[in-house]
Ligand binder design. Structure first.
Ligand SMILES: Cc1cc2nc3c(=O)[nH]c(=O)nc-3n(C[C@H](O)[C@H](O)[C@H](O)COP(=O)(O)OP(=O)(O)OC[C@H]3O[C@@H](n4cnc5c(N)ncnc54)[C@H](O)[C@@H]3O)c2cc1C
Ligand code: FES
Length: 256
């Protein structure tokens, strides 16, 4: 299947190598998918179809890790509703339909700072691992998130973890240390709306450097349905085919 962008989109039947719970609501799922694992770029997503695929559209998740040598690719997902509930019950050894790649890779070589709120950090883990991002900041609630933090550190040992309750990590807020002066570097962020608004306030002086990775609801995943359109000051953009990062001052979060 050819996608709208320059990349091709294909469906695969992939064996689940692991599906482990990292927090009460966050899971880590790894697929055996050598072709995808070798080609993975940070910012791209996989569409994962729940076992009862006839009933449900695929659910998009960012590629959170990829190991071309081992032929495995992982997503980090949070329980949201029916589809992710079904995914959470999948056992290692089962086969799921996955579609990849969806979305536009993050630009490389800009030394960007990446900041994620909770599971919003998923795609930035791969971005830091591949060097697309030069620094990674992650905020999470705290107690109960130890395995999530450990997974991030296992892949990106220099990731900086902050916890709302201060129970572990480097402190209770990344905003105390996130450099306001980025020396012209981009700041990419992804997470709940409250987190994106806090980033906007933090970078109020230089909004031109701040970019949002928006999890807009998707249907087809390859540019055909217009289901993922975001209104920007430059017109309507599809998250799956046109753009992965949106300048903070080109989108209206109230509309999102
Ligand atoms: C490009 C992209 C990347 C994403 N990456 C991740 C990720 O790495 N980890 C992660 O946990 N989540 C990610 N999401 C969000 C994830 O796709 C949804 O949480 C998931 O599809 C919800 O499915 P559900 O059946 O459990 O929920 P539903 O019962 O369908 O809905 C529960 C909630 O999720 C929202 N939702 C449902 N389907 C989608 C969808 N396709 N896209 C966005 N929101 C949706 C609904 O509006 C509702 O608020 C991403 C979304 C997009 C578009
Ligand atoms: S999900 Fe169909 S156009 Fe983007």
């Amino acid at each position: 299947m050819e996608g709208c962008g320059s990349h091709s989109v294909r469906d695969y039947d992939a064996r689940v190598a692991e599906n482990v719970r990292l927090t009460e609501r966050i899971f880590w799922m790894t697929f055996e998918a050598p072709e995808l694992a070798r080609a993975a770029k940070a910012g791209q997503c996989l569409m994962v179809f729940a076992p009862d695929g006839a009933k449900l559209l695929g659910r998009p998740f960012e590629a959170a890790d990829a190991d071309g040598a081992r032929g495995v690719i992982s997503v980090c997902y949070m329980l949201a509703g029916e589809g992710t509930e079904m995914l959470s019950r999948v056992k290692a050894g089962e086969t799921l339909k996955i579609r990849g790649f969806i979305g536009v890779p993050y630009p490389e070589g800009r030394g960007a700072i990446a900041a994620g709120g909770g599971v919003g950090a998923a795609g930035f883990i791969l971005a830091r691992k591949t060097g697309a991002a030069s620094e990674l900041y992650v905020g999470m609630p705290g107690r109960g998130c130890e395995d999530f933090a450990a997974k991030i550190k296992e892949i990106c040992p220099d990731a900086r973890i902050f916890t709302d309750d201060g129970s572990f990590g480097e402190g209770d807020s990344m905003f105390k240390v996130l450099p306001r002066d980025t020396g012209g570097r981009d700041v990419w962020c992804c997470g709940p709306i409250g987190f994106l608004n806090a980033m906007k306030r933090h970078y109020a002086e230089n909004p031109q450097n701040l970019y949002f990775s928006l999890d807009k609801r998707m249907a087809c995943g390859y540019g055909g349905c217009m289901g993922c359109v975001v209104k920007t000051s430059g017109g309507l953009k599809r998250v799956c085919a046109d753009q992965s990062l949106f300048r903070a001052d080109e989108v209206d979060l109230n509309d999102y």
